[in-house]
Write a protein of this length. Sequence first.
Length: 205
Amino acid sequence: MSEDTIFKAPPVVAVVGATGHTAHFVINELLRRKMSPVAIARNSETLAKARFSGDVIRRHARLDDPESLDSALRGARAVINCAGPFIDSAHYVAAAAVRARMHYLDVAAEEPSARRTLETFDAPARKAGIVVLPSVAFYGAFGDLLVTAARGDWDSADAVDLMIGLDSWHPTLGTRKTIARLSDLQEAATPSRESRRNITVQYAS
């Protein structure tokens, strides 16, 4: 293969959670930009039935199986994680991206996932020479871009308030799963009523 062929080849971008609502938009946009998407999903049957707008490579992977995930990501320059709940998927996919030295993006809206991803993978990503960037969708990167544009030549701001008005919103299956997962985590972290009563009594004594 000549160098000209290598440089003319369209970039390969893996999309994890490829059968989901958001991932379809991501894959179609990659195709529109003449890139080569690799659709990766946890459910092989759903992946086989998925309808995309162009030629897409399909690969099945278990996110909690490093060998399976590494194999599915093979050949990609970057990975876009659309597999919610991200509190469960982001760590696995970002770790695989660091191992493969490929850029990682995700479309998480939940702050705990984004914070954990940055805290865990900032140093390894810098060492590997890659970008690990969570929450690049509407509720993350869009707000960041708006603030950057509004700030202009200011070095800093005392406070930033973002207000988003939606005329309608229908949460997808992935969003509903994420809400349920975060609710479970919050409930597990909250002391029971009996525990709270005990704490109050001990404090009063």
